[in-house]
Design a binder for this molecule. Structure first.
Ligand code: SF4
Length: 332
């Protein structure tokens, strides 16, 4: 029997997920379950680097977990949990920070970007963010991390940290993870310009009602050069058409491509069709979500069960790390 890869991926608890999250990450999480041993983590400690108001943190964790479960993540076969429920990650973060040059961290474009975005809160955690990320990955003996092209440098950085640690302590306690670069579609927001994101309020929630979804779809910006209904449009520059390519049938896509160019179809009808197809596709997901949402306690139990299994792997890694360094043994 082939040995399974241990896959790790984490996402900050941003509450209800939107189409960008769904197409860019969640669908991939679900697909990776085939033939892999997956560890999916809601990284709440990471969120603290930029989130000051934590009143909704638990609710956001729950909402995100609901979306993951409803989308098809199998918490029995895989491990799904919350980062802070495995405290060993903070210990490993501290240890790894000792083999990570500070200059390298402050030079990272992601740090500079975050510091620019949060000028009044450039905290120590923000600098150490990639080290915590490395700790997340290596704590669970991960050998494969799915990433979009833009995140590849983070994994390369994790590999460097692992090499520094193993070199400093003459050991092989930590595994160098490989990355699996996935082609993630760039999902634009309803403004048709920027990447879909909650902070920009240009998103469409996957758990919204059909009415809410339709309302957001009808707000989508189309081909900006098409002013009047009688103007021919260019589907190739239209975000609605990009979404049709994902959610509509090949026949519908072909028809819109032709009809838009000849002004045979108007943008209102085109969006209505997209909303209908999107709602249809999300219907089973929403039904499943409602089933899980009826018992939030059971969802927390799923997360606790995942954390319990994650702690077993984490304790083993930390025992090896402590042994390599020469720290006293600890019964976690
Ligand atoms: Fe976009 Fe559809 Fe309007 Fe063409 S008809 S511009 S594809 S919304």
């Amino acid at each position: 029997m082939a040995i399974k890869n241990r896959v790790f991926s984490g996402a900050r608890p941003t509450g209800r997920q939107h189409l960008g999250n769904y197409l860019g990450a969640i669908q991939n999480y679900v697909a990776l379950q085939q033939g892999n041993d997956c560890v999916y983590c809601i990284v709440d400690i990471h969120a603290l680097t930029t989130v000051e108001d934590t009143v909704n943190l638990r609710q956001n964790i729950l909402e995100m977990a609901l979306d993951w479960l409803a989308a098809g993540i199998d918490p029995k076969e895989q491990i799904m949990f919350v980062q802070s429920m495995v405290p060993q990650v903070t210990e490993l973060h501290t240890i790894l920070s000792m083999v990570t040059p500070l200059g390298k961290l402050t030079d990272l474009p992601t740090f500079k970007e975050k510091a620019r975005e949060n000028p009044n809160n450039v905290n120590y955690g923000l600098v150490g963010y990639p080290v915590l990320m490395a700790a997340d990955i290596v704590l669970y003996k991960t050998n494969l991390v799915p990433v979009g092209v833009d995140q590849a440098p983070h994994i390369e950085f994790t590999r460097e940290i692992v090499r520094s640690f193993n070199y400093r302590y003459h050991c092989t306690a930590l595994l160098e993870p490989q990355m699996k670069v996935t082609q993630v579609p760039k999902v634009l927001g309803i403004d048709g310009v920027q990447k879909m994101g909650k902070s920009l309020d240009n998103h469409i929630e996957i758990a919204g009602t059909p009415e809410e979804t339709q309302k957001r779809v009808m707000m989508m910006v189309t081909d900006p050069a098409r002013i009047k209904r009688t103007d021919p449009g260019n589907p190739d520059v239209c975000n609605v058409f990009s979404m049709h390519k994902i959610f509509s049938s090949p026949e519908e896509v072909a028809s819109i491509h032709t009809e838009c160019r000849s002004a045979g179809i108007g943008c209102v009808d085109c969006k209505k069709l997209y909303a209908k197809n999107l709602n249809q596709r999300l219907e089973p997901f929403r039904a499943e979500r409602a089933r899980f949402a009826a018992n939030p306690q059971a969802v927390w139990e799923i997360l606790e069960d995942g954390a319990k299994r994650a702690r077993v792997i984490a304790s083993q890694t930390m025992a090896e790390v402590r042994e390599a360094i020469g720290l006293p043994k600890l019964d976690y």
